[in-house]
Design a protein around this ligand. Structure first.
Ligand code: G16
Length: 544
C-alpha cells in the first residue's frame, strides 16, 4: 500500500475552542480541512510513532467518513495501533475510560457535543492526552500553530476498514482493533456504584425512571446499563437509537431541548426520576417528579452524599467547579473541610487537579459532572450516582434537594444565553465591560453594592500556567453575582452567556420561582451591560 504526501495550504480558522475544533459539517467537508487538522495533531504529538491511539465519535453525520480518513492518516504517520469503537462509536467518557484502561498514548474524539448534527449541523474533533482528558491549552495551541504552517499531509491509499465487526485488522503497518464501545465503560461503572442496591430500586416495581438518550450516543450504553445490567423495564431508555442527525433534535439535555423528557416528568403519572444526556454522552440533566435539579445543585448534592456511594466513600480529597458554576458546592466543601477549586470554563482545566489528587469530584453549570474515574465529564455516571443516593436514602429527588437547601441554604441560579448574535457586537459588549471594570467596582446600583468586579484569571495550582480573560465577574456585598462570558463552543456568530446567582439561607424563602428570585439581578445585568442594545435581542434564546 502506498503512502501519499498531499500538498495543502493552511485554513486560518482552526483554533480549538472550549472543547476542540467545532465547525459546521460543510466546513469539515471542504477539501483538506479535516486532513490539515489531523496532520497538525500528528505533527504536534512528540513520540507518537508506534504508539496506541483511541478513536471514536458520537455517531453524528460525517463520523464514519472522518474515521476512515483518520485511520488512513494514522497508518501513514506510523501510529502503531488504533483502538476504534465498533461502528465508529465511542461516547466521550467511554473514550476517556478506554485511553486509561489500555494505557494508550492518547485519543481522537469526534463530536460537536450538544450541537445539532446532520448535513446542515455541526461536527467536531478533539485530541485527548494520555490521562484520558482533553488536551490542555499548551497542546491545543501547538496544534493550532502547526495548522497555520502546514503545507502537506500524509495518507495511506487503502480500502475502507470494516468498522462494524469486532476484529483485529491491519492497515498498512498499523493494527486496527475494532472494540466493544460499551463493555469497558459498563464494567467501570459497576466498580464504582452499588449495582445490587440500584437493581433492587429499579426492578422492585415501586420506583420508575425514564432516561432520554435524545437519539445520541448514550442509547446503547444506557440500555446495557439500566435495562440489561440493572433490571429496569424495557422502554426505560427512550430515544435510545443513535441517529446521524439525532432525529432532527438538538441533543442538549436542558429544559428547552429535552422537552419530551420534561413533558413526561411534569405530566400526569410522572416517573420518580428522569435523566438525559447529550450528543457525546458527557452531559447530564437530572429531574425528579415535577422537579428540576440545577447542575450546580447537583454537584453540591453529589458531594454531600458521596459517602453513600461505594466508589467515593471517605475518599473525597477536594472538589472543583468552573467559575460560572454556583457556589453551592463551596458550602459543602467548607462543611466537609475539603478544598474547593474554581477553574475557568472547560473540562480541560480539571485534568491537573484530578491527576494530582487534589480534586475527586468536578462539575460545571453547563450540565457536566464527573470525577477522577475518567478525565471527562460523564453523563451516565452522574445518573448512576443519583440512583445510588436514591437507593440508599429512599427519599424522592425533591425531598433530597429541599433538605440539602435546608442545611446549606439555596443558591438561586440561572444562565441566560443569547445565541447567534453578531460576533463583533458581542465582543464590543465584553470590551465595554472590561473598560468599565474600574468604574463598576464599589458602585451602588439601587440596593446593590458592588463588592468586586474583575475579569477572571486562573493560575493552575499544579503547573502554574495562567489563563486570562475567562469571564467578567461582578459580585455584590449580599453574595449575589453576575458573570458575562462569550461561549467557546458555538459555531454561528457569538453566544453571550449571562450567569446569575443569589443566595438565600432562609428556608421559608426557598420556594420561590428561580427567575422571580433572580429578577433584580436580571434587571441589573441588563443595566450594567446594555445587553439589548448590543445584541439586538429583547430576551435570551435559552434560559437554563
Ligand atoms: C464543553 C466543555 C465544558 C464547557 C461547555 C460550555 O462542553 O467541555 O467544559 O462548560 O463546553 O462551554 P462554552 O460556555 O464555552 O460554550 P461540551 O459538552 O460541549 O463538550
Amino acid at each position: 500500500m502506498n503512502i501519499r504526501t498531499v500538498s495543502t495550504t493552511p485554513f486560518n480558522d482552526q483554533k480549538p475552542g472550549t472543547s476542540g475544533l467545532r465547525k459546521s459539517v460543510k466546513v469539515f467537508q471542504k477539501p483538506n480541512y479535516l486532513e490539515n487538522f489531523v496532520q497538525s495533531i500528528f505533527d504536534t504529538l512528540d513520540g507518537c510513532e508506534g504508539q496506541t491511539l483511541v478513536l471514536g465519535g458520537d455517531g453524528r453525520y460525517y463520523n464514519r467518513q472522518a474515521i476512515q480518513i483518520i485511520l488512513k492518516m494514522a497508518a501513514a504517520n506510523r501510529i502503531g495501533r488504533i483502538l476504534v469503537g465498533r461502528g465508529g462509536i465511542l461516547s466521550t467518557p467511554a473514550a476517556s475510560c478506554i485511553i486509561r484502561q489500555y494505557k494508550a498514548f492518547g485519543g481522537i474524539i469526534l463530536s460537536a457535543s450538544h450541537n445539532p448534527g446532520g448535513p446542515e449541523g455541526d461536527f467536531g474533533i478533539k485530541y485527548n492526552i494520555t490521562n484520558g482528558g482533553p488536551a490542555p491549552e499548551k497542546v491545543t495551541e501547538a496544534i493550532y500553530d502547526r495548522s497555520q504552517k502546514i503545507n502537506s499531509y500524509k495518507i495511506l491509499d487503502a480500502p475502507d476498514v470494516n468498522l462494524d465487526k469486532l476484529a483485529v485488522l491491519r492497515l498498512g503497518e498499523m493494527a486496527v482493533e475494532v472494540i466493544d464501545p460499551v463493555e469497558p465503560y459498563a464494567r467501570l461503572m459497576e466498580s464504582l456504584f452499588d449495582f445490587d442496591g440500584i437493581r433492587s430500586l429499579l426492578s422492585g416495581g415501586q420506583f420508575r425512571m425514564c432516561m432520554d438518550s435524545l437519539h445520541a450516543v448514550t442509547g446503547p450504553y444506557a440500555k446495557e446499563i439500566f435495562e440489561n445490567r440493572l433490571g429496569a423495564p424495557a422502554g426505560t431508555v427512550i430515544n435510545g437509537t443513535p441517529l446521524e442527525d439525532f432525529g432532527g433534535g438538538h441533543p442538549d439535555p436542558n429544559l428547552v431541548y429535552a422537552h419530551e423528557l420534561v413533558d413526561i416528568l411534569y405530566g400526569d403519572d410522572a416517573p420518580d426520576f428522569g435523566a438525559a444526556s447529550d450528543g457525546d454522552g458527557d452531559r447530564n440533566m437530572i429531574l425528579g417528579r415535577k422537579f428540576f435539579v440545577t447542575p450546580s445543585d447537583s454537584l453540591a448534592i453529589l458531594t454531600a452524599n458521596a459517602n453513600l456511594v461505594p466508589g467515593y466513600k471517605e475518599r473525597l480529597a477536594g472538589v472543583a467547579r468552573s467559575m460560572p458554576t454556583s457556589a453551592a458546592v463551596d458550602r459543602v466543601a467548607d462543611k466537609l473541610n475539603i478544598d474547593c477549586y474554581e477553574t475557568p470554563t472547560g473540562w480541560k482545566f480539571f485534568g491537573n487537579l484530578l491527576d494530582a489528587g487534589k480534586a475527586t469530584l468536578c462539575g460545571e453549570e453547563s450540565f457536566g459532572t464527573g470525577s477522577d474515574h475518567v478525565r471527562e465529564k460523564d453523563g451516565l455516571w452522574a445518573v448512576l450516582f443519583w440512583l445510588n443516593i436514591l437507593a440508599v436514602r429512599g427519599e424522592s429527588v425533591e425531598e433530597i434537594v429541599r433538605s440539602h437547601w435546608q442545611t446549606y441554604g439555596r443558591n438561586f441560579y440561572s444562565r441566560h444565553d443569547y445565541e447567534e448574535v453578531d460576533k463583533e457586537r458581542a465582543s464590543e459588549l465584553m470590551e465595554s465591560l472590561r473598560d468599565r471594570l474600574g468604574e463598576i467596582k464599589n458602585k451602588q446600583f439601587g440596593f446593590s453594592q458592588v463588592d468586586y468586579a474583575d475579569d477572571f484569571s486562573y493560575t493552575d495550582p499544579v503547573d502554574g500556567s495562567i489563563s486570562q480573560k475567562q469571564g467578567i465577574r461582578i459580585g455584590f456585598t449580599d453574595g449575589s453575582r453576575i458573570v458575562y462570558r462569550l461561549s467557546g463552543t458555538g459555531t454561528k456568530g457569538a453566544t453571550l452567556r449571562v450567569y446569575l446567582e443569589s443566595y438565600e439561607s432562609d428556608a421559608s424563602k426557598h420556594d420561590v420561582d428561580t427567575q422571580e428570585a433572580l429578577k433584580p439581578l436580571i434587571n441589573l445585568a441588563e443595566e450594567i451591560a446594555q445587553i439589548r442594545q448590543f445584541t439586538d435581542r429583547d430576551a435570551p434564546t435559552v434560559i437554563t
